[in-house]
Structure formats: structure tokens, C-alpha cells
Write a protein that binds this ligand. Structure first.
Ligand SMILES: NC(=O)c1ccc[n+]([C@@H]2O[C@H](COP(=O)([O-])OP(=O)(O)OC[C@H]3O[C@@H](n4cnc5c(N)ncnc54)[C@H](O)[C@@H]3O)[C@@H](O)[C@H]2O)c1
Ligand SMILES: O=C(O)C[C@H](O)C(=O)O
Length: 350
């Protein structure tokens, strides 16, 4: 009761954000004690990404229930994480029989289930195994928590997101505002690499990354990076290439032991936190994500997205691009289009 009264007052305050009492009310309304109940499910929770992501979501005060699902290993992960003295109740679920229970009532489902790359592989080489995994998990989401926001991490994201969309369409539950390909790791990398090169504090850096999540489809917009810097064209080209090859850099360094897990868990936690804030009515929450889009002629595209109470509130445009970025945008379109079509074809045929 007290919480709902507080929230109405805070919402009224939101409409008049200049008032100093409004920020005080908002702080109270969205602090951990009064934050709404939110259930987050992680599918693939015992994996390389799943475990540290479970830890980070357990630390998030906006989560009240944390549901950890995998085909194996979840009881141990759940028991371990559950001992942390933070707000959320943790439950572990293992095997298909328990998938429904894991999903029921979820506000957000994060999916890092699937196989990772080894050196020499592209993300598309994962398609044959991961497409089927994503399809069956999304079929269950449509059944047990059709209104949840879905944060897709499993690769190839450029195809797994279209697969998820088709599964939801077939089930009659598709809402384009609720399906997200998680591209936050590209933004995390672009920020880190830019800060190092431009010698600016990394905590102040912002760089949009658009397109998709594989090789040249990853297009960081360093012309829009802040704080501004005077990097030369060849430095921008090198930063762009490093961002596009960031995943491969980690795959090679891990030498057969998988791909990015820790930085991905961080990125996944940042994106899920943004989704939770949007759901809770926090204003002006903007992150890049691969979503259904009209920004270009491609049906799915990553760009800045404003998050709100229903998921995507607004897909933001690209803003002004440098000639180098305009060229990058045109070059990425055929590959991204083919990956999207491959996903749609798979889901329609299976
Ligand atoms: N979007 C990104 O930026 C990004 C970044 C890094 C990795 N990834 C992708 O994330 C995926 C997972 O990577 P990882 O390093 O955690 O791999 P991992 O092999 O360590 O973990 C994957 C987990 O998924 C589980 N799993 C397999 N089939 C399942 C099913 N049907 N239901 C539930 N769980 C299932 C496995 O048991 C395992 O625990 C890979 O596809 C990888 O390419 C994406
Ligand atoms: O590179 C990979 O295969 C994993 C992930 O997509 C990444 O960008 O790190």
C-alpha cells in the first residue's frame, strides 16, 4: 500500500522532473526496499556466462526472485549464489521438466544457453546447435511467461533474435517491444578501447554501437563518442577493427576454452539492469540493442533504444555519421540481412 502510494506520487513527480522533491521521491520509490517485485530468469545459468551473470543479478537490488535454469549443474550454482545476503530469493531448476516452473512469472528472461566459439570459428558456425536450443527455450517462454522481456545472448545473435521473433509469432505472443539481442558487450569494448586511445576517463565515455553482433556488422560510431577527442582517421579505423574483433581476441586468448564470459556477464547485467529500470518507470534509460527496427531497411538492427514500462519505448535513429561510418553501414547490410533471413528460414521450417 505504502509503496503504491509512493509510486503514484513519484509518477506525478516524474511529470514535473524539475522539482527537487521529485528526485527525493524517485530515489525512495526506486530504492531496493520499495522497488517492485521482479523475477529474472537465466537460461543457461550454470555456464561460463550464466554463473557470473547469476552472481551479478543476485547483487542487483531491483531483483526480488532469481530463477536459475540449465540442463545440468543448476542446484549447485543456485545453492551457492543463494547464500549471498541480498534481496532476491534464488531457486535452481534443472532439466526440461522444470523449465516451466523456472519461467513462470518472469519479468525478464536472459538467455546465455548454447555453445561458445573455439578459435577459427565464426559466430555463424554455432548456428546449427544454438538455433535449436533457442527455438525450444523460446517455445517455453511463449507458453509460460509470454509477457516477459527476453534478453538474447546466445550466438549468432544476428540470427537467434529473428528465430525468437518467429517462434513468438507462431505462438501468437510476439511483441516487438519485448525482444532484445544483447549487444552491450560491443558498447563495453568500444568504451574501453576508446578511453585507452583518447586518454579520457573510461567512466565518462559514451559510444553508440549499431548494426549487429558479428564481425563487420558491429559498427561503433566513434564520431559520436564523448568526451570528444581528435583521433586521426587511422586510429579510428584501428579502434573500429578492434571493437569488431573483440570477441575473437578473447576466443583466441582462451585458446579453445570458450569465449568471453566475465565481460559478457558484466554486459548482460548492465543491460538487464537497464531493462529493470525501464520496467520500473525510471525515465531516460537508453542502451544499444539489436531489436526489430525501421532505422534502416533491415528488419532487425542494433541502435540506441529508450527502455520503458513495456520494454522498447522508442528505437532511436543513427544520428549524423562520418563518411567512414556511412561506408561501414552499407558494407554490413548484406551480411546482416543474410543472417536475419537464415534465422527466419530456420524457424519457419522447423
Ligand atoms: N551476445 C554476446 O555478446 C555474447 C558474448 C559472449 C558469448 N555469447 C554466447 O553465449 C553463449 C553461451 O556462452 P558460454 O560461454 O556461457 O557457454 P557455456 O558452454 O560455458 O555455457 C552454456 C550453458 O548453456 C547450457 N545449455 C545448453 N543447452 C541448454 C538448454 N537447452 N537449456 C538450458 N541451458 C542449456 C549448458 O549446459 C551450459 O551450462 C554462446 O552461444 C556464446 O557464443 C554471446
Ligand atoms: O565472440 C564470441 O564468439 C562471443 C561473443 O559474441 C563476443 O563478442 O565475445
Amino acid at each position: 500500500m505504502r509503496t503504491s502510494v509512493l509510486r503514484s506520487v513519484a509518477e506525478a513527480a516524474l511529470r514535473n522532473r524539475s522539482s527537487s522533491s521529485s528526485s527525493h521521491l524517485l530515489r525512495r520509490c526506486y530504492s531496493s526496499e520499495s522497488a517492485p517485485e521482479r523475477k529474472v530468469a537465466i537460461l543457461g545459468a550454470a555456464g561460463g556466462i550464466g554463473q557470473p551473470l547469476a552472481l551479478l543479478m543476485k547483487l542487483n537490488p531491483l531483483v526480488s526472485k532469481l530463477s536459475l535454469y540449465d540442463i545440468a549443474g543448476t542446484p549447485g550454482v543456485a545453492a551457492d549464489v543463494s547464500h549471498i545476503n541480498t534481496r532476491s530469493e534464488v531457486a535452481g531448476f534443472m532439466g526440461e521438466d522444470q523449465l516451466g516452473q523456472a519461467l513462470e512469472g518472469s519479468d525478464i528472461v536472459i538467455i546465455p544457453a548454447g555453445v561458445p566459439r573455439k578459435p577459427g570459428m565464426t559466430r555463424d558456425d554455432l548456428f546449427n546447435i544454438n538455433a535449436g536450443i533457442v527455438k525450444s527455450l523460446c517455445t517455453a517462454i511463449a507458453k509460460y511467461c509470454p509477457n516477459a522481456l527476453v534478453n538474447m545472448i546466445s550466438n549468432p545473435v544476428n540470427s537467434t533474435v529473428p528465430i525468437a521473433a518467429e517462434v513468438f509469432k507462431k505462438a501468437g505472443t510476439y511483441d516487438e517491444k519485448k525482444l532484445f539481442g544483447v549487444t552491450t558487450l560491443d558498447v563495453v569494448r568500444a568504451k574501453t578501447f576508446y578511453a585507452g586511445k583518447a586518454k579520457v576517463p573510461v567512466s565518462e565515455v559514451n559510444v553508440p554501437v549499431v548494426g549487429g553482433h558479428a564481425g563487420i556488422t558491429i559498427l561503433p560510431l566513434f564520431s559520436q563518442a564523448t568526451p570528444k577527442s581528435n583521433l586521426a582517421d587511422d586510429e579510428i579505423a584501428a579502434l573500429t577493427k578492434r571493437t569488431q574483433d573483440g570477441g575473437t581476441e578473447v576466443v583466441e586468448a582462451k585458446a579453445g576454452k570458450g569465449s568471453a564470459t566475465l565481460s559478457m556477464a558484466y554486459a548482460g547485467a548492465v543491460f538487464a539492469d537497464a531493462c529493470l529500470k525501464g520496467l520500473n518507470g525510471v525515465p531516460d534509460v537508453v542502451e544499444c540493442s539489436f531489436v526489430q527496427s525501421n532505422v534502416t531497411e533491415l528488419t532487425f538492427f542494433a541502435s540506441k533504444v529508450r527502455l520503458g514500462k513495456n520494454g522498447v519505448e522508442e528505437v532511436l535513429g543513427l544520428g549524423p555519421l562520418s563518411d567512414y561510418e556511412k561506408q561501414g553501414l552499407e558494407s554490413l547490410k548484406p551480411e546482416l540481412k543474410a543472417s536475419i533471413e537464415k534465422g527466419i528460414k530456420f524457424a519457419s521450417a522447423n
